[in-house]
Design a protein around this ligand. Sequence first.
Ligand SMILES: Cc1cc2nc3c(=O)[nH]c(=O)nc-3n(C[C@H](O)[C@H](O)[C@H](O)COP(=O)(O)OP(=O)(O)OC[C@H]3O[C@@H](n4cnc5c(N)ncnc54)[C@H](O)[C@@H]3O)c2cc1C
Length: 430
Amino acid sequence: MSWSFETDGEFQEQLNWIEAFTAQEIEPLDLVFREPGDPWDPASPAAKAMAPLRAIVKERRLWACHLGPELGGEGFGQVKLGLMNEILGRSRFGPSVFGCQAPDSGNAEILAHFGTPHQKAKYLQPLVDGQIASCYSMTEPQAGSDPAEFRCVATRSGDEWVINGEKWFASHARFAEFLLVMVVTNTDVPIHQGASILLVEQGTPGMKILRNAAVGPYVESGDGVHAYIRFTDCRVPAENLLGEEGRGFLVAQTRLGGGRVHHAMRSVGVLKKAMDMMCERALSRTTKGELLANKQLTQEKIADTYTQILQYRLHVLYTAWLIDKHKEYNREVRKEIAAIKAATPKVLQEVVYRAMHLHGSLGMSDETPLMTMWANIPELGVVDGPSEVHKVTVARTVLRDYDAAPGLFPSYHTPTRRTAAMAKYGHLLE
Ligand SMILES: Cc1cc2nc3c(=O)[nH]c(=O)nc-3n(C[C@H](O)[C@H](O)[C@H](O)COP(=O)(O)OP(=O)(O)OC[C@H]3O[C@@H](n4cnc5c(N)ncnc54)[C@H](O)[C@@H]3O)c2cc1C
């Protein structure tokens, strides 16, 4: 039996390098390039700043580590990715500089599994190389967490699919070279047997972006990166169907499991950054004749924060370890992924709020990273499905290991158990 919490020396050296590189070269990008699409849009001025950094990362063989070597990646397991991502999570640009940014990372996996040789040649390599952006579009204006409400349909006409309907919050659609769109291809069966994924090239006639929403109140309306799209008789070739018809959700699973863990790993980075700020502040601010750090109520905040982050981090790494061990997203793995997915916004909310609160007015201002962190928390509660849905998954899986009480009283009913225990050991009291 092995049960280890150690990082091997060689990989720790890589992590040390990633940490220094992130602090010195990547985190400054956040202060200069502040448009919502900057880390992902190949036409953004930030792409020019990222290019030499990406070259260094490629040279050190740390590029797109989530992908196998056949796709130009390093084939790291989830534990290694977890340790890496918790550093990259400190900057909005971290994942893009290391070639593991969502949604491109998951879309590359779908293309690799299900794309035709032509699609792979045209899109996969440039995507993996970080030259183009992509979009994954599933949510609709009237339906997100419940796919049974999806209405965007595609019907077969000769050797084409014809798409009609709307999509909502399709991140990066406006600068994506292609979109993977979940459509209903059979309305006569339950959605999980009747939905499919189609590849839609940017500029296909019949696809129109109505507007782009942004997260938060900070950008002018229309400057966001989350597209509201209308498809009107939009025709794509039959070969643009990825995977089998009706198996769209199975295809989508290829990307969602890993993606959810990576979000959680990066959240560890955000949490640690918030704690770093909290501790520096506590050691720097004097009030009523003593440092905040000496006040017991501040110490409680720091102790709670430390403990919560450690618990969350170990849960994330445990989940990563489980994925590596099982090499598949089985029920046990899905339970842990759902559990950390649901835990993420809660732990962020508590930790970031404490850090902001300890900074007083400065914490609420636009002069520290805290307010941006705070504004980004709610999205982690809905993106890739709301917390409620993940909690249902956790609860259902947990309940599978239990049975109902055998009779009128519970199995742990003390008088009943005592009678049985007395029958076994009672004579020793005589
Ligand atoms: C920043 C960001 C980026 C996104 N990017 C993309 C993208 O690229 N592509 C894409 O397709 N989508 C994207 N989304 C959309 C995201 O997937 C949806 O927001 C999510 O699936 C929830 O759907 P909804 O917004 O329609 O909320 P709804 O489904 O309307 O849910 C709203 C609320 O209803 C409650 N609720 C829902 N279901 C249940 C339930 N079963 N039990 C109890 N309560 C429930 C919850 O409180 C939930 O938060 C993005 C969202 C955000 C915030």
